[in-house]
Design a protein around this ligand. Structure first.
Ligand code: C2E
Ligand code: CA
Ligand code: CA
Ligand code: CA
Length: 277
């Protein structure tokens, strides 16, 4: 199913028919999956680097299809191309917000973050959606983060400022996701209501042995501290990576070292113990 990723199917003319056919059947399957409730959110903990306290969860979508759990890399690009990302993205927001308030009612103080596709930003009335969730008591202002990428905020800056400003007024917070990999324009960090940056796993991966990765990460940390932004290091897998980051100052870490993404019920068990050592 790798060949179904964005762009790939466009470049192999002889295979075009087959690819187009496959693409169409996958699109159909995705639509049915939404109707049949085959999507599920997994949650991965965000923990403080020094004591492993769980401060948040990133919601990551999965598709349970014929007993197989399909990764979002296999279907999000197509959902974005076809516009299916709009109903799918709305489902993600509703489900994550409902889960967040459930945990909150159980007495857990954590925030939940949701990934937004660029298309949702322009094609979806997120403000109205969020207002209806607030009215229904299904969303805790200040506890829901949207993870946006640099590519998303690069389009129409005035429009982006307007939407993000309105969402911020509703209590939404923003992480700039995959930070450092895109065409970062540092001015966006000041002009948009960003609350934190997530350092991409690409830098964390080699942070122990590669000086460049370490220096880039360290520079991002300094920048974020100067701008009073929260810092999340993504993809922390080993104690040594954690140790290296610990030397750069306080931050939040996310990665297999703390936990893989898990179903909501399993995440509930992690919350019962409150921290991950
Ligand atoms: P992302 O937002 O950068 O999410 C982080 C990815 O890194 C997740 O992959 C997560 O499982 C993986 N990860 C976390 N810790 C580690 C680690 O220690 N090592 C390694 N090797 N990987 C780690 P996942 O869940 O497969 O999601 C892939 C991408 O799909 C996400 O990247 C995000 O861009 C997209 N995605 C996921 N859920 C949604 C969604 O609900 N909506 C949208 N629009 N996109 C989503
Ligand atoms: Ca993310
Ligand atoms: Ca990321
Ligand atoms: Ca990523």
């Amino acid at each position: 199913a790798k060949s179904l990723g964005r762009n790939n199917y466009q470049f192999f003319a002889p295979e075009l028919d087959i690819q187009a056919h496959r693409r169409m059947s996958l699109e159909l399957q995705l639509r049915r999956a939404l109707e049949k409730g085959e999507f599920e959110l997994f949650y991965q903990p965000l923990v403080t680097i020094d004591d492993g306290a769980i401060v948040g969860a990133e919601a990551l979508i999965r598709w349970r299809h014929d007993e197989v759990v399909v990764s979002p890399n296999e279907f999000i690009p197509l959902a974005e191309d076809t516009g299916l990302i709009l109903p799918l993205g709305e489902w993600v927001i509703r489900t994550a917000a409902a889960q967040a308030s459930r945990w909150r009612h159980e007495g857990h103080e954590l925030s939940v973050s949701v990934n937004l596709s660029p298309r949702q930003f322009v094609g979806q009335d997120l403000v109205t959606l969020l207002c209806s969730l607030i009215d229904a008591g299904e969303f805790e202002p200040g506890r829901l983060y949207f993870e946006v990428t640099e590519s998303m905020v690069m389009g129409d800056l005035a429009q982006t400022q307007k939407i993000m400003g309105a969402l911020r007024d509703l209590g939404i917070k923003f992480y700039l996701d995959d930070f450092g990999t895109g065409y970062s324009s540092l001015s966006y960090l000041k002009r948009l209501p960003i609350d934190g940056v997530k350092i991409d796993r690409a830098f964390i991966k080699d942070i122990v042995h590669d000086q460049d990765s370490r220096e880039i990460s360290s520079a991002i940390v300094s920048l974020a501290n100067t701008l009073h932004l929260a810092i999340v290091a993504e993809g922390v897998e080993t104690p040594l990576q954690r140790e290296t980051l610990l030397n750069m100052g306080p931050m939040i870490i996310q990665g297999y070292l703390a936990s893989r993404p898990v179903p909501a019920s399993q995440f509930g068990l992690l919350l019962e113990s409150g921290r991950i050592d």
